[in-house]
Design a protein around this ligand. Sequence first.
Ligand code: RP5
Length: 168
Amino acid sequence: MSIDQTSPAPRVGIVMGSDSDWPVMQAAAEACAEFDVVTESDVVSAHRMPHEMLAYGEQAADRGLQVIIAGAGGAAHLPGMLAAVTPLPVIGVPVPLKFLDGMDSLLSIVQMPAGVPVAGVAIGNARNAGLLAVRILAASDPGLRERMTRFQAGLRDAAHAKGEAVRR
Ligand code: RP5
């Protein structure tokens, strides 16, 4: 296998419990790509491949990752278990499944014990997870912070424009 030494190392790891989560989770990768933040994506199931999942979390920081985004549906233990073995910030994405509308996943992700934080976004809102990862990186990256500030100005302008449409 040849290694492409020209491609920048990923700063954000995006993992999920199953490939069935990808239609939701790809929005996180797309949000990071809007800011030219390099990501890697993979399936790392807490329940079906627990040893690989622990290895991923244990090695993530040493591999150069700075933030982990973890999505799962149902009994969504992946974000919390990764947070247990990495010092990196972990953002959990509750993926809605056929039953319970993602409430099970949301509660699994946010009800973490004191000392082991996982940041949470709304059910299915992987885009916000990507944007939060960019903000975390931007705290120590002035160029990225400037781009995030411009992005926020765009949101403000869009909201103003919506007001124009209804203002009387
Ligand atoms: C969870 O089980 C996964 O994160 C996924 O949301 C769900 C269903 O997985 P599949 O049966 O589609 O592989 O662990």
